[in-house]
Design a protein around this ligand. Structure first.
Ligand SMILES: [Zn+2]
Ligand SMILES: [Zn+2]
Ligand SMILES: [Zn+2]
Length: 243
């Protein structure tokens, strides 16, 4: 036992040995060797072989190869920064390659933005030219799958200028035209489905109409289905007499 304890003590004593000091310059070859060591041995053990200073701002002078062009870059790094590089948490790039990469990322972001803008424009065109076109009728696809159609409209409406929609439905067409747009046909169909194809006053299932209780959200009924009520022809005319 004693023998083993002595060996243990020896091990503990040796473990804290400092091999790399702050005044050392870590050249490119050494950097790569250290990186290999990080893969082969316990990372914490490797870390313990480096001098550790409690003084803030003390740095190692490090030279390392750029992973892209292999040119070396020299900079002063804190122990934490150095180990982030050694552990490959940060990609080792020279300034030139770093700038190039940043430019490429910016370019990618710019292209993505452009694609998104085009997509939004397409959505908008489709909304005005098809959904709000009184000469169009609801597609078979939308009749078959009204909830998909509803979701498509609902989502694309968020990306369209609200004032533009308001102006379009209020000033660019008559109310009668509005009622014949595929948009309104879909909204009306959804309202009737929700009412289980029954008049919400008398329960009749004949000649159903979707009536606006309020025009406050005209053009946006799909977001305000509570503004609508489904009525049979008789109740509908009574409703309009009273109001
Ligand atoms: Zn480079
Ligand atoms: Zn009724
Ligand atoms: Zn009405």
């Amino acid at each position: 036992m004693e023998e083993r304890l002595n060996a243990m003590e020896e091990y503990l004593k040796n473990e804290k040995q400092i091999f790399i000091k702050y005044e050392d310059k870590i050249d490119s070859t050494s950097f790569c060797k250290l990186q290999d060591m990080m893969n082969t041995y316990q990372k914490t053990k490797v870390k313990e072989c480096f001098e550790r200073s409690d003084i803030h701002g003390i740095t190692f002078l490090v030279e390392y190869p750029c992973v892209i062009c292999k040119n070396t870059k020299t900079e002063r790094l804190s122990k934490t920064q150095l180990f982030e590089l050694l552990e490959r948490k940060h990609i080792q790039l020279c300034d030139e390659c770093l700038n190039k990469q940043r430019e490429e990322e910016k370019e990618k972001a710019r292209k993505l933005e452009e694609i998104n803008r085009e997509l939004a424009k397409e959505n908008e065109d489709e909304f005005f030219n098809e959904w709000l076109n009184p000469d169009y009728s609801l597609t078979k696809e939308a009749i078959k799958n009204p909830y998909n159609a509803r979701n498509d409209i609902y989502n694309s409406m968020w990306f369209i200028d609200q004032a533009k929609i308001k102006d379009y439905v209020n000033n660019q067409m008559t109310y009668k035209q509005y009622l014949s747009t595929p948009y309104w046909q879909l909204v009306s169909m959804l309202a009737k489905r929700k009412a289980k194809y029954k008049c919400q006053l008398c329960g009749s299932n004949e000649n159903l109409n979707t009536h606006h209780r309020s025009y406050k959200h005209k053009g946006f009924e799909i977001r305000h289905m509570e503004d609508l009520i489904v009525l049979c022809q008789d109740c509908h005319s009574k409703f309009h007499e009273v109001v």
